[in-house]
Design a binder for this molecule. Structure first.
Ligand code: ARG
Length: 467
């Protein structure tokens, strides 16, 4: 009955004064947002309580009416939370569903709640409160993910693995150092989240439809009651602005891109060919036909969620790009994008945190791979510069010859006989063999931010103090 056709014939009870008949069924369907904005019920009720309290404090409504309103809103909150509340599509959105129920519960006093307020500032408030809470949740989730990486980095500060460029073996690094690269990435995501909270920490309520109001409201009072730093400063901008949602989505898209790169590495590392990690049973699945398989489904789904999140950002940017000031109904399309992206991001971060904590690191496989592919060639070239005084370009050339020789003989650089190395360049001595192992290579890179275990441990300590 709530969504039934017999109801569509009557004029809307909230704004129906100048309308003779109710909306066409299709109009009702395209217009209604209750299907998704019911998620904002708690924010809507909090906002209304703060608004009513301020109205009474300013003498705009009576204390008795305010008490009835606040009590009625409390009843509605428990009705919604217990599942007893009946949402009606005819009442369009969460704001009017709650206000209509309030009228049923407390009578005419309910009609005073909307004094000096419009749904335009009301929805801006509710949505801002929701996004702010979501940003705070994201901050906590990223902190947990960073914590997981710090633990793995500490455990594997000495575990040598190949570092890649172009996914070709480049130079040996440590797994701890690689983990710390993700700590930097998710650390930047978290600081973007903190900045966004800072940016959006202004209360929209009291901007009214777009022009403000002639009632003697106190916007500083409502801002404070709702936990905002201060009220917004321009009523037209306030009801037109969805930057806070766009910022959330951009931050989510960048974080999802980081998660997706990590997911891709997990997919590669867990192949039998790489074999750098083994995923726990908890985060992988078997194949229904090939009994030997263990698939990294959770990582693949994290990688795929990035598509949805990036899509949401583009969708809302596109909704907003041509809108004249101030509010247009187009803006109702903001919520689903943000809700969907938020759900995907939360899930992706949680799944990644679990995978990072659970995955088994196969240090033997990493070390074997680190030594292959002439990964210490740069160390040979650097040694020629340091010990033999060659210009780097010449050292590069000499090293290239040594690599070609090793390739021809099918051995590693460290296995080339000294005589054959001196034949390439007479300045080479047996001291060169000290730098050709992967451990020596890694230990030598002590520059700030480099892969040497001692340096990585310093960076872990820096982050521990900030996590
Ligand atoms: N459901 C609307 C939204 O989500 C609420 C604001 C409606 N304002 C209006 N003037 N029709 O944007």
């Amino acid at each position: 009955m709530a969504d039934g056709s017999s109801e569509t014939k009557s004029s809307n009870q909230m704004w129906g004064g100048r309308f003779a008949s109710g909306p066409d069924a299709i109009m009702e369907e395209i217009n209604a947002s209750i299907g998704f904005d019911k998620k904002l019920y708690a924010q809507d009720i909090r906002g209304s309580i703060a608004h009513a309290t301020m109205l009474a404090h300013q003498g705009i409504i009576s204390a008795e009416d305010k008490d009835k309103i606040v009590h009625g809103l409390g009843t509605i909150l428990s009705e919604i939370e217990s599942g007893a509340f009946e949402f009606s599509r005819r009442l369009e959105d969460i704001h009017m569903n709650i206000e209509a129920r309030l009228a049923t519960l407390i009578g005419p006093a309910a009609g005073r709640l909307h004094t000096a307020r419009s749904r335009n500032d009301q929805v801006a408030l509710d949505f801002r409160l929701w996004v702010k809470e979501e940003l705070q949740k994201t901050e906590r989730a990223l902190t947990a993910l960073i914590g997981a990486f710090l633990d793995r980095a500490e455990e594997h500060a000495d575990t040598v693995m190949p570092g890649f460029t172009h996914l070709q073996t480049a130079q040996p690094v440590t797994f701890g150092h690689h983990c710390m690269a993700y700590v930097e990435m998710f650390g930047r995501d978290r600081s973007r989240v903190r900045h966004a909270i800072e940016h959006m920490d202004e209360s929209p309520i009291g901007a009214a439809a777009l022009a403000g109001t002639g009632f003697p409201i106190d916007r500083h009072m409502t801002a404070k009651a709702l936990g905002f730093r201060e009220p917004t400063r321009n009523s037209i901008d306030t009801v037109s602005d969805r930057d806070f949602a766009l910022e959330f989505l951009s931050i989510a898209a960048i974080a999802a891109t980081h998660l997706s790169r990590l997911a891709e590495e997990i997919v590669i590392w867990s192949t039998p060919q790489f074999g750098f990690i083994r995923l726990s049973d908890a985060f992988s699945t078997g194949s229904s036909i090939m009994p030997q398989k263990k698939n990294p489904d959770a990582a693949e789904l994290v990688r795929a969620k990035t598509g949805r999140i990036n899509g949401s950002l583009i969708a809302l940017l596109t909704v907003m790009k041509g809108l004249p000031l101030a509010y247009s109904k187009d803006m109702q399309e903001d919520k689903e994008q943000v809700f969907d992206a938020a759900e995907s991001l939360e899930l992706a971060i949680a799944a990644m945190t679990g995978m990072v904590r659970d995955m088994k690191i196969r240090a033997d496989r990493m070390k074997a791979a680190a030594g292959s592919g002439y990964s210490t060639a740069t160390d040979l070239a650097d040694w020629l510069v340091r010990a033999a005084g060659l210009p780097f370009r010449d050292a590069h050339h000499v090293t290239g010859k040594a690599v070609a020789l090793a390739e021809e003989k099918g051995c590693d650089l460290a296995d080339l006989p000294l005589a054959e190395l001196t034949a390439i360049n007479p300045a080479i001595t047996d001291k060169v063999f000290d730098v050709l192992t992967v451990e020596a290579s890694v230990a030598s890179r002590t520059s700030f931010g480099g892969t040497a275990p001692a340096e990585v441990r310093k960076q872990i300590a820096w982050w521990r103090a900030r996590n």
